[in-house]
Structure formats: structure tokens, C-alpha cells
Design a protein around this ligand. Structure first.
Ligand code: HEC
Length: 120
């Protein structure tokens, strides 16, 4: 029962930071341009990927079915396309414009473009 208060507090914190975020990140320019991948960015990208992308694109980008795009085949020389598709969505791929914190697409790109850190 002691945990309950803590849970509520965490929920409130999450909700308020979410709201602050929605206000600050409506401008696509808030999303930083892709830079060189570092191991730290790849790790951050993996955590983010597991949380927000893996349910459709599969663990470690290994898709369980055929319905979602195979991210291991995404062209590594097309960061703009990646940023655009993740920001605005594409067909059944949802938009992540308001769901990710600033910088998150950069971490995700570091993860995807290095094939999970294998091609750095
Ligand atoms: C609800 C399921 C779903 C989730 C969650 C999801 N995707 Fe997708 N994604 C799709 C589908 C379906 C496609 C294929 C879209 C098409 O081309 O018709 C796709 C395609 C893509 C593409 C290729 C777009 C292109 O330019 O051809 C990229 C890149 C991508 N997803 C990245 C991500 C990333 C990164 C995340 C996590 C932030 C993510 N997706 C989360 C369903 C999803």
C-alpha cells in the first residue's frame, strides 16, 4: 500500500512532462539533424526502439511477421527519409511527432543506421 502514493506521484510527473513536451515539440525544427552515430547514441536508440518500435518492427529489428517494414533493410544513406517517416508516419506507420522527446529520432537513427551497432 505504501507504493501506491509513489506510483501516483510518478504518474503525475510523467503526465506533466508529457504535456510540457507536447508544447515544445510541435516544431519539426526541434528535431536535431542526424549526426555521426556513437555507441552512447546507439544504446539510447535501442532503449527507445524497444519501448516504441519493437512491438511492430520486432525485437532487434527482426520482424516476426511480414506486415511491417524490415528496418534492417532501410537505406543507411537516407536519414532524411527516416526522420520524415518517423515524424509524420507513412500508411500504417503512425506519426511519432508528439510521442518522442526531442533528439529521440537521432538516437533511433543511430540504432537503425548501424544495424543495431553492428556496422559502426
Ligand atoms: C503500429 C505499428 C508500428 C510502430 C509502433 C512503428 N512502426 Fe514503423 N512502420 C510500420 C509499418 C506498417 C510500416 C510500413 C509503412 C509502409 O511503407 O506502408 C513502417 C515503416 C517504417 C519505416 C520505413 C518508412 C519508409 O520511409 O519507407 C521506418 C523507417 C520505420 N517504420 C521506423 C519506425 C520507428 C523508428 C519506430 C519507433 C519510433 C516505428 N517505426 C514504430 C508500423 C509501425
Amino acid at each position: 500500500m505504501k507504493m501506491r502514493g509513489l506510483h501516483l506521484l510518478l504518474l503525475c510527473l510523467a503526465a506533466s512532462s508529457q504535456a510540457a513536451y507536447a508544447q515544445t515539440n510541435t516544431d519539426p525544427a526541434m528535431i536535431p539533424a542526424p549526426g555521426p552515430a556513437t555507441q552512447a547514441l546507439v544504446n539510447q536508440g535501442k532503449t527507445q526502439y524497444d519501448r516504441t518500435c519493437a512491438q511492430c518492427h520486432g525485437r532487434n529489428m527482426v520482424s516476426s511477421g511480414t506486415s511491417s517494414y524490415d528496418l534492417r533493410r532501410f537505406p543507411t544513406d537516407a536519414p532524411d527519409r527516416f526522420f520524415n517517416s518517423v515524424t509524420h508516419g507513412k500508411n500504417n506507420m503512425p506519426s511519432f511527432k508528439d510521442a518522442l522527446e526531442p533528439g529521440a529520432i537521432q538516437w533511433l537513427w543511430a540504432y537503425v543506421s548501424t544495424r543495431g551497432g553492428k556496422e559502426m
